[in-house]
Design a binder for this molecule. Structure first.
Ligand code: ATP
Ligand code: FE
Length: 365
């Protein structure tokens, strides 16, 4: 059995064909990152136009590369939540027309579930496992108990870590830095941080007195922004000019983001252990999302998992970010379980906001 997966929830138009063993038969990805880098953020109508212009070609390319004909597909899986309305709409509209034409079952996919389960395509990770997703749109900790059974332990109460790093990079005018003008904000911060020291700036780790597994990054962004403002005054630098201490600010910012993520993850591990929610043998922490490609954050998390007896699993960067493969794989997982598969005649809507799984406060007293 093979599934076609389609992803358009944000700024990547992705399609892939994956089989039951996790073999990627064909894939294609069109990234809008460069366009959005020029405007300093995603403009929803621009993203929508680019998805519309590229979706047919991307899907056709994935199909052609796989050598599979639409008749042979077991189902089509598409991201329908959460994400940007205008972007989700293009993928869903295209998919519904496709399944109607080829009379195939349709599997609506939750984007964050797909991020959480991709790892199972690459290596044997059994349920239940703890998962940390850190990306441009999310920070969340969940216990994955089954293909569509997640216990949400915590999430960001304001912005996502990738978003914070992107905003700090913009505040530091890193687009005019000769070394990192083509990098995403997070990549640029990681690159510069390697050349700096974190000790020259001290930022407070967020939520020190809040004893749950949620995240908050906007306060940290304010702290960093204020420190940059003070340095600009000190150095007499005009907006758009680079500060001499840019590497040190990057290092301190990255360190505080890592420290916050690790502290919240530690709380989640302790909570799961206390309640016996993780298996005794080989308990696993899966980390994914664009920010998970950050080496410093990975290394800090490794120290935590070593100290708490968990096994840390991070998929390669390619599988941490958005693509059609993770959607197709989620379709395969659902097909195996026989869950959430709809006839092609069914009307489906997209949902821009959709929490992952059951919230901890609803389940645990
Ligand atoms: P979501 O899945 O929540 O909708 P998204 O798919 O837009 O979000 P991703 O593509 O997974 O997000 O990740 C993009 C984010 O990852 C950007 O904010 C970028 O700055 C950040 N990022 C990329 N590489 C690194 C890195 N090496 N270190 C830190 N952050 C990084
Ligand atoms: Fe994503």
């Amino acid at each position: 059995r093979v599934v076609l997966g389609i992803e358009t929830s944000c700024d990547d138009t992705g399609a892939a064909i994956v089989d039951e063993t996790g073999l990627i038969l064909g894939e294609s990805l069109h990234s809008q990152k460069e366009v959005h880098l020029q405007t300093g953020g995603i403009i929803p109508t621009v993203a929508q136009r680019l998805h519309r212009e590229n979706i047919s070609r991307v899907v056709q390319e994935a199909i052609d590369r796989s050598g599979v004909c639409p008749r042979e597909l077991a189902a089509v899986a598409t991201t329908v939540k959460p994400g940007m309305s205008l972007s989700l709409g293009i993928g869903l509209h295209f998919s519904l027309a496709f399944v109607k034409e080829h009379q195939k079952p349709f599997i609506p996919i939750h984007h964050m579930e797909a991020h959480a389960l991709t790892v199972r395509m690459l290596e044997p990770v059994e349920f239940p496992f703890l998962v940390l997703l850190i990306s441009g749109g999310h920070a969340l900790l969940a216990l994955a108990r089954g293909v569509d059974d997640f216990l949400l332990l915590g999430q960001s109460t304001d912005e996502a870590p990738g978003d914070t790093l992107d905003k700090v990079a913009r505040r530091l005018h890193l687009k005019s830095h000769p070394d990192c003008c083509t990098m995403s904000g997070g990549q640029a911060i990681e690159y510069l941080a390697k050349k700096g020291t974190r000790h020259n700036f001290l930022f407070t780790t967020p939520m020190g007195q809040i004893y749950d597994c949620n995240f908050s990054f906007s306060g940290l962004r304010n702290q960093v922004s204020m420190a940059i403002g003070r340095k600009e005054l000190e150095e007499g630098v005009k907006p758009g000019e680079l500060l001499s201490c840019v590497n040190d600010i990057a290092a301190a910012t990255q360190h505080t983001v890592a420290s916050h993520i690790v502290k919240r993850t530690h709380r989640a591990i302790l909570f799961c252990k206390e309640r016996g929610l993780l298996p005794q043998r080989n308990p696993i922490l899966v980390v994914s999302g664009g920010v998970a490609s950050n080496t410093y954050i990975r290394e800090t998390l490794k120290i935590l998992t070593d100290a708490t007896g968990l096994h840390l699993v991070c998929p390669p960067s390619k599988f941490c970010t958005d693509n059609g493969v993770m959607i197709a794989w989620n379709g395969i997982e659902r097909l195996k379980e026989g869950r959430g598969i709809l006839p092609y005649t069914e009307e489906v809507r997209y949902e821009p906001k959709a929490p992952l799984g059951v919230d901890i406060t609803a389940e645990v007293k």
